[in-house]
Design a protein around this ligand. Sequence first.
Ligand SMILES: NC(=O)c1ccc[n+]([C@@H]2O[C@H](COP(=O)([O-])OP(=O)(O)OC[C@H]3O[C@@H](n4cnc5c(N)ncnc54)[C@H](O)[C@@H]3O)[C@@H](O)[C@H]2O)c1
Length: 286
Amino acid sequence: MGRLSGKVAVVTGGVSGIALGIVEMYVDEGAKVIVADIQAHKGAAIEGRFPGSVFFSACDIRNEDDIARTMAMAEEKFGGLDIVVHAAASVDHKEKIVDLTTQAWDDGQANLLRSHVMCIKHAVAPMERRGGGSVILVSSAAAENFSPAASMVYVVCKGAVLYLARWAAFELAGNKVRVNAIVPGAYATSMWGQLVGASTDVADVMPAHLDEMMSGSQPLPVAGKPMDIAYAATFLGSDESRFVTGTQLAVDGGLSVFRPAVPREKVMAYLEEAKAQAEQELQRAE
Ligand SMILES: NC(=O)c1ccc[n+]([C@@H]2O[C@H](COP(=O)([O-])OP(=O)(O)OC[C@H]3O[C@@H](n4cnc5c(N)ncnc54)[C@H](O)[C@@H]3O)[C@@H](O)[C@H]2O)c1
């Protein structure tokens, strides 16, 4: 029997990167999963990969109605909701404080912070109907140990997510809804492509060219893999963590202890090189 047998999860951002690794492990461990993502064109593929175990919800996490509909879908398709992993996010928020417009802030925080509040809000009632549940918010090591590649909006919102997990754990303990945060370090995912303006197709190929950068990004000299986060998300989603709430679990190879000093220019040069390699790879494949 899997560690998540009988459980139903919503995983946002689940067609790509870290959250895709979580979907794979959750299905392996016996869970049924609603994958929610803005990349609707990838929905059929993920449902086809896990027939009967995964349904796709086209969802923009900035839209409360989309989030409410996604949580309701878990009950409609699988009869309940036990786990929410909110991992969807974008990093295309580059503004510095002196250049920030109200619109840019509102859009950034809607994606990176308000969506977390809304995921919790709409998870509570269905989880209560199951006698409780587990919400897992994905923050970032950049929130506590600033990364040269990160932006103010990203860092500030990811920091607030850590406090939100604590507050929500306190507010919802009586509802038997646990809320915890996972704090990833650096992972080779499509997200990095956004920092160098890569198209989605190119960004999706870039992770294969980022291993060297990732293995030098933290004290442990290896690249973290989505599977590493998936193990943490499996623990926090399962009954093994029934007495764990309001905590944050860093899965970062020691990045929260020490971030090697790599200048922003070097990071950007590395990303540009990975982008060029990914573009060549796609051209060869055509
Ligand atoms: N990759 C890293 O180094 C790293 C480090 C720290 C934290 N994180 C966090 O991990 C999480 C997963 O990121 P990833 O690295 O796997 O990136 P990724 O780009 O591979 O995945 C992010 C997913 O979120 C989806 N998404 C973006 N905006 C959305 C929206 N408005 N509505 C719905 N879906 C949307 C994307 O389509 C994508 O599938 C994010 O919260 C990210 O901040 C990543």
